[in-house]
Design a protein around this ligand. Structure first.
Ligand SMILES: [Zn+2]
Length: 152
């Protein structure tokens, strides 16, 4: 299994654990559990970080998600970001069904990073109902990140 899920303008691509078919979970329906379009098995909640690679996908996520969205701004050359990756994945698993955790590579998406005035990475932004609620930066153990996510 890949370490991250992918997404497009319409939603998060979630492989069915039963048959492997890629299902798309609409951002607005991420709080609900759907069924696989092919085998009808119940799909799990999104429980892994989602890699966001385009500004339009990001805009769709932010405007449509009914769940809080947590952004991890990172880059491949950043040591603390590598240390952060398993903690962020742990937080995503614990927050399954209650928040969407996404990763934005600041080398590839400087446009999104500058929108949030990201300077040092790793950096995090918390968005609820399309609005920026909080930002923080630096390594965070999963439990500290989860506590931080509860505000707003
Ligand atoms: Zn299936």
């Amino acid at each position: 299994m890949s370490p991250h899920l992918t997404a497009d303008e319409r939603g998060i691509i979630l492989p069915c654990p039963a048959c492997g078919t890629s299902n798309r979970i609409a951002y607005a329906k991420a709080a609900q559990q759907g069924r696989c379009g092919t085998c009808k098995a119940e799909l799990p909640h999104v429980s892994e970080p989602v890699e966001i690679t385009s500004a339009s996908d990001f805009a769709a996520l932010i405007t449509q998600s009914t769940l809080p969205v947590v952004i991890d701004f990172w880059a491949p050359w950043c040591g603390p970001c590598q240390m952060m990756a398993p903690e962020f994945a742990k937080a995503a698993a614990k927050a399954a069904g209650s928040a969407i955790l996404v990763k934005v590579n600041t080398d590839e998406r400087q446009d999104i990073a500058s929108q949030f005035r990201v300077q040092g990475i790793p950096a995090f932004a918390l968005i609820k109902n399309g609005k920026l609620v909080a930002q923080t930066s630096g390594f965070q153990p999963a439990d500290r990140l989860l506590a931080w996510m509860r505000q707003g």
